[in-house]
Design a protein around this ligand. Sequence first.
Ligand SMILES: [Zn+2]
Length: 143
Amino acid sequence: MGEGMITEGRKFFDFNLMMIKSLGSVPDGWEIFKWEVLNHDTAHECIQFVGGVGRKITRGKRKGRTTWRGMDQSKKMIFAFTHDQIREYKRKWEAETGMCSSCHGNGTRAIGWSAVDGTRYRPCENCDASGLIPAIIAKDQPQ
Ligand SMILES: [Zn+2]
């Protein structure tokens, strides 16, 4: 399942972190702490991810969360991927898992949230709310 987790009954996959880990060079406990779009609106547009191994907070309200204050600078690493590379990674993941990456296999996507009603969802149009790989490949093939 890689970095998959289940929150409130929904599956969630951190594709960016999974993609970085698939390169095999980040140490245990490595997490992304910053991302930004570089070369915006040019042919060289890409997304840059910066991360490292933070410290786990051991007491107080934020116990268990990560703090980046005083992080080990030797484990700080920077990665950049083009949108095509990210799409390609998701396609590979879909082929391996059979799940739709747009809705993380849930069949629905979040469209809003409020304190009163919680999260609102609508059916995923990419997979027809099935949560399974979209049939795009089949459609593209000559009959
Ligand atoms: Zn879907």
